[in-house]
Design a binder for this molecule. Structure first.
Ligand code: NAD
Length: 487
């Protein structure tokens, strides 16, 4: 089977049991180029029978040779998989940019090189799983054995499809689990880069199975009796539904959900430094980023100055083809997403918000799903535009009175995923960061790191991915109580 991405825009078979398997049904999706709105590929979408086959293959692989591998053996395969992904990184990045509009400059890291990096990192941790931990207990010794949790259902969204898949696949493989990846229809094509790489790397059949599909396929997978653990990234609404199912089934689940994070500009903030970082911190992936700091908190005394400076910066960002190196803001993923964002902008205006730049489809860019990067001033934190996750290039600048007020506003959100503090006093920055109720906070930047556990509190999710903590949900612990004479 071809692993040439130039030929890979028509994917008619699923990757199940290490082979290309034709779909049981006839459902397909046209994958649209976000920048033009025209179809550039298509893929089969999974129905229940396809999901059943994928889960069965993952179960067989778990109980086959893969289940008996050592961590060191898995690490070797994972490093080969990482190398195979690395050779495809540039093509993968471009493919995702075409699918979801992510500027290529971001996609190259997020979709191209971060998955192999995560595989290499977790390969190192896999090697550390081999030796059982023997503890001198109060009564006798206890041997703690670490095995795989089992078959993992990985359900991913379209916004960072490769990185978010890797955040699940890499620790799952390290622990010895097997995986069924249910990718989103919008990014069905790039999901198969994993299949191409898995074949090249010699990943044993059934260890990774790929069945792109819609919500129903996801729901079928999550509730499947053959699944032992669910790892989900997506909207809070879907996360609640999945959490309910997993609660009923007593099935372990990690949920990485939405956000509405704050960039808190202290009185002594270096405004130029913030403005330089703003496109990454607040508008990454055209605002389609769960941890984007879309609420900017400005001291009341500097409010007008800061609104003007942010407006100028945002207005100057080049909007265009995501494959163009100069582009900072690309199109949104779909017509539905563009219309939803424009609807929220209209509602924000109707509620009295003042749009200082943007707020419409850019002139001359009616093809594709573009929205001008947009800044709202004169809104308060109770307004819908400041509370709801817009998932587009829309920012609110909110005034605050003092540090306590700023922290209060930052924490006055349903969500708690990201956040940043901007100050020239780094001790003060850390003290403020510690008061922000959120899974992650950056000081004078926001740099997600494979070593740092990533996830949210409140409606932003349950559990963590990345870091050693991101391996734990895939590891099953068994305590073996030894008698004194056991060796
Ligand atoms: P979505 O929830 O609609 O879909 C995400 C995935 O879940 C898709 O594959 C979809 O088919 C599937 N799905 C939807 N409903 C399901 C259900 N009931 N059961 C099983 N599967 C189901 O989200 P989206 O619009 O594709 O993605 C955007 C959302 O993802 C945003 O809210 C964003 O904040 C969130 N997100 C969170 C993180 C994070 O790490 N916290 C990262 C990226 C995106």
């Amino acid at each position: 089977m071809s692993n040439d991405l130039a030929n890979a825009v028509d994917r008619s078979a699923f990757f199940v049991g290490g082979d290309w398997v034709p779909p049981a049904g006839t459902e397909r999706v046209d994958v649209l180029e976000a920048a033009t709105g025209t179809a550039f590929g298509s893929a089969a979408l999974a129905g229940p029978a396809d999901v059943d086959a994928a889960v069965a293959a993952a179960g067989d692989a778990l109980h086959g040779p893969w289940g008996a591998t050592t961590g060191a053996e898995r690490a070797t395969v994972m490093r080969r998989l990482a190398a195979a992904l690395k050779t495809r990184a540039k093509d993968t990045a471009a493919l995702v940019s075409r699918e979801n509009g992510m500027p290529r400059s971001l996609s190259i890291g997020a979709n191209g090189f971060s998955p192999p990096l995560m595989l290499d990192y977790y390969a190192g941790l896999a090697e550390g799983l081999d030796a059982d931990d023997v503890r001198s207990g109060m009564l006798a010794r206890v041997r703690v054995r670490r095995g795989p949790v089992g078959v993992v259902a990985a359900v991913t969204p379209w916004n960072y499809p490769q990185a978010l898949a890797a955040m699940k696949i890499a620790p799952a493989l390290a622990a010895g689990c097997t995986v069924v990846l249910k990718a989103a229809p919008e990014t069905a094509l790039d999901a198969y880069v994993w299949a191409d790489a898995a074949l090249e790397a010699g990943l044993p059949p059934g260890v990774l199975n790929i069945v792109p599909g819609g919500r129903e396929a996801g729901a079928h997978l999550v509730a499947h009796p053959g699944v032992d653990k669910v790892a989900f990234t997506g909207s809070t609404a879907a996360g609640r539904a999945i959490g309910e199912v997993c609660g009923r089934l007593l099935r372990p689940v990690t949920l990485e959900l939405g956000g509405k994070s704050a960039a808190l500009l202290a009185e002594d903030a270096d405004l130029d430094a913030f403005l330089t970082a703003l496109p990454e911190v607040s508008l990454a992936n055209n605002g389609q980023t769960c941890h984007a700091c879309t609420r900017i908190l400005a001291p009341r005394g500097r409010y007008d100055e800061i609104v003007d400076a942010i407006t100028d910066t945002v207005r100057s960002l080049p909007v265009g083809d995501p494959l163009d190196k100069q582009t900072r803001i690309g199109p949104l993923v779909s017509a539905a997403q563009r219309d939803r964002v424009l609807g929220l902008v209209t509602a924000g205006r109707d509620a009295g918000g003042r749009v200082t730049t943007g707020g419409a489809v850019p002139a001359g860019q009616e093809r594709g799903w573009f929205v001008e990067p947009t800044v709202f001033a004169g809104v308060d934190n109770d307004s819908a535009i400041a509370r709801e996750e817009v998932f587009g290039p829309v920012l609110c600048v909110l005034p605050y009175d003092d540090t306590d007020d700023a922290v209060r506003i930052a924490n006055d959100s349903e969500y708690g995923l990201g956040g940043t503090v901007w100050t020239t006093d780094l001790d003060r920055g850390q003290a403020i960061a510690d008061r922000i109720r959120s899974g992650t906070v950056g000081i004078n930047h926001y740099a997600l790191d494979v070593l740092g556990p990533f996830g949210g509190v409140k409606a932003s999710g349950l559990g963590r991915e990345l870091g050693p903590e991101g391996l734990a949900p895939y590891v099953d612990l068994k305590s073996v109580y030894l008698t004194p004479e056991s060796r």
